[in-house]
Design a protein around this ligand. Structure first.
Ligand SMILES: [Ca+2]
Ligand SMILES: [Ca+2]
Ligand SMILES: [Ca+2]
Length: 350
């Protein structure tokens, strides 16, 4: 099913229409932690990807959580917790629970401390300080953590697609959301509609409403990926849904960019691991990491779109996985280039 969308024309009036969070805390910095001590980031991260989100040339990280509503306080005593899952589910992993809890009612009314008994005292606790979907901006010797806007926290994130969706030279994010497969007694997570986050260029984002982005997905969004399906130089979006048709959104209004394919030898025909930047008009664009997909089963297309705002003529800078570099001048009338690690460059793409 194809759904025409109005990705972009995210121009001057977008900022006034964008939904801005009133609850975004001040960014904070975390130092790298040794693996054997408590860390700040919990292990429930569902999807993650890395790219240059603030345009400084270093790779940053997006991490999305399956259950952003799960937010126990690190200060709560163990006895204050109660299990989210029923006896039948947990006893499959901990059979001893069948011996200590004879009824579901007794289990449901027990605290975690009562359930675990003396064994609980020996269990090491890992404080979960932040379960929000967020970005981690790479700083010298540290990561700066920024919580994404509230609409990104409204529902579990299952897919992430990175592209400069409006072609303004700043990377944007597209999140697929929702999870209806919850256990009995829990409300399903259906508050997401799919979310386009327009980058501001400093690692922060504006949430765009469906009326602005043209993206509305009420089902269970899963894998999200980027592909220029109509070869017009505007990145398009493909999102699978659980139990519903895959959605395809054509990008109709973005500023067309440069279509780029990389090839790094027979063992790496898609150039995975390379980094690409566009330089023009005295400005250097963000460093696009040439990975292949993020989240649940997503795989990006072989041809990517690099934004080239302003003058269409510029230079493509490629950093290959082995550390070598290529610099390719590109004329204003060239719609795309195929760059090979051995130095060959063609403006004919497959
Ligand atoms: Ca960066
Ligand atoms: Ca953008
Ligand atoms: Ca397109």
């Amino acid at each position: 099913m194809t759904s025409p969308a109005t990705l972009s024309n995210l121009a001057d009036d977008v900022r006034s229409q964008a939904l801005k969070s009133s609850q975004i805390p001040e960014p904070r910095t975390v130092q790298p932690q040794p693996p054997d001590v408590d860390c700040y980031l919990p292990d429930r991260s569902w999807v993650a990807c890395h790219t240059d989100l603030d345009g400084d040339g270093t790779e940053d990280i997006f991490t999305g959580f399956a259950d952003p509503s799960l937010a126990p306080s690190a200060d709560s005593p163990l006895s204050g917790f109660r299990p989210m899952h029923g006896l039948g589910i947990l006893a499959a992993s901990v059979p001893a629970l069948r011996q200590t809890h004879r009824s579901h009612r007794a289990f449901a009314n027990a605290t975690l401390g009562q359930i675990l008994g003396q064994e609980g005292a020996r269990i090491r606790r890992l404080p979960v300080c932040w379960t929000a979907s967020c970005v981690l901006l790479q700083r010298p010797g540290a990561w700066e953590v920024r919580r994404l806007p509230d609409l990104a926290q409204a529902s579990p994130v299952h897919g992430i697609a990175v592209a400069d969706w409006d072609g303004d030279g700043v990377e944007d994010l597209l999140l697929s959301q929702n999870d209806f497969g919850v256990n009995h007694g829990l409300a399903r997570d259906d508050a997401g509609l799919g979310l386009l986050l327009r980058g501001r260029g400093d690692g922060t984002f504006d949430s765009l409403s469906p009326d602005v982005s043209g993206i509305r997905m009420e089902g269970e969004g899963r894998a999200a990926t980027v592909a220029d399906i109509d070869q017009d130089g505007r990145p398009d979006l493909v999102v699978t849904q659980r139990g519903s048709p895959t959605r395809v959104f054509r990008n109709l209004r973005a500023e067309p960019g440069l279509r780029v394919r990389l090839e790094s030898g027979a063992a790496n025909p898609l150039g995975a691991g390379a980094t690409v930047r566009w330089v023009a008009d005295g400005k250097t664009g963000p460093a696009r990491a040439w990975g292949y997909g993020a989240g649940q089963g997503a795989s990006d297309a072989a041809i990517r779109v690099m934004a080239r705002p302003g003058s269409k003529a510029g230079t493509l800078h490629v950093s290959w996985p082995d550390g070598s570099r290529s610099t390719i001048p590109v004329g204003a009338d060239v719609p795309g280039v195929w760059v090979r690690r051995d130095g060959q460059v063609s403006d004919r793409l497959p």
